[in-house]
Design a protein around this ligand. Structure first.
Ligand SMILES: Nc1ncnc2c1ncn2[C@@H]1O[C@H](COP(=O)(O)OP(=O)(O)OP(=O)(O)O)[C@@H](O)[C@H]1O
Length: 255
């Protein structure tokens, strides 16, 4: 494929499975994330969302299945695949004893970002971090730390962005602002985003498509604005609660 040509998908997952002894945490998941697309990964606590994301990040080894990032196989072409990826989550804060600028610079050097100084300035501007640039990350509020984590996640201009509850600690205005920035990032950079959230209002606003996962399996997939009515529910939250309570009825429906 000629350089610069986009592959059909940012992420393709086939038959992905992860077991811990008897427990099947992820049970044969197939999914795709296309460019310019924000896909919500929804499911109750313990459904397997973080396990799935950790396998896509190459942190956890799958028990079975394949992961392709921008067409590169995560096992056979690991470096090429991971170079196209980045990640942000509240449980993975940046080192607290370094300043915002130092953190972004160190990650920029690790990623081999070209014109790093200019890139850092534009991200500091974009994420409204000017006031905190010389503050140690450990003293920032969780909302401020989230903005730094998102700026870090965009340093290498990933084609696949994995976000585990990116707005969980943000006030409603900041969360709205971050959603708008991520939407713009996906559209302008032709990036695919896989986004986990327990906030159904947010998911309906920002996601192009959602996947409901329960007990490690994808039960439903579709447009978050249409899915509730298709399944006889008023809202995405109603649908979520119903699936979480009665996952077996949806397994039969999709079988
Ligand atoms: N290292 C591990 N060893 C054993 N079991 C694990 C391990 N990691 C996760 N699990 C189990 O795998 C299942 C899926 O966990 P996972 O963290 O992926 O869920 P989740 O959907 O991200 O949940 P939450 O919404 O609460 O973050 C859970 O039952 C969990 O207890």
């Amino acid at each position: 494929m000629p350089p610069g040509t986009l592959t059909p998908t940012a992420l393709t997952v086939r038959g992905l499975r992860k077991t811990y002894g008897e427990l099947v945490a992820v049970d044969g998941v197939d999914l795709e994330v296309r460019h310019n697309e924000i896909v919500g990964l929804l499911g109750p606590n313990g459904a397997g969302k973080t396990t799935l994301i950790n396998m896509i990040l190459g942190i956890l080894e799958p028990s079975a299945g394949h992961i392709l990032i921008e067409g590169a196989d995560l096992v056979a072409e690991r470096r090429q695949a991971l170079e196209q990826t980045n990640f942000a989550a509240i449980y993975a804060p940046l080192p607290g004893n370094m300043t915002v600028y130092q953190n972004l610079r160190v990650f920029g050097l690790l990623y081999g970002v070209e014109h790093l100084r200019a890139k850092l300035e534009s991200l500091i501007e974009e994420f409204d971090l000017q006031r905190y640039r010389n503050q140690k990350c450990g003293v920032l509020s969780s909302g401020e730390q989230t903005r730094v984590a998102l700026a870090k996640a965009m340093l290498n201009e990933p084609k696949l962005l994995l976000l585990d509850e990116p707005t969980a600690s943000l006030d409603p205005a900041s969360a709205h602002d971050i959603r708008a920035r991520l939407r713009a990032f996906a559209d302008q950079r032709h990036c695919g985003v896989l986004w986990t959230s327990h906030n159904m209002y947010e998911v309906a606003e920002v996601c192009d498509r959602v996947l409901f996962i329960s007990r490690g399996r994808v039960l439903l997939e579709g447009n978050p604005r249409d899915l509730p009515r298709t399944h006889g529910r008023e809202t995405l939250e109603d649908l979520f609660i119903h699936i979480a309570r009665e996952p077996l009825s949806y397994e039969r429906e999709t079988a």
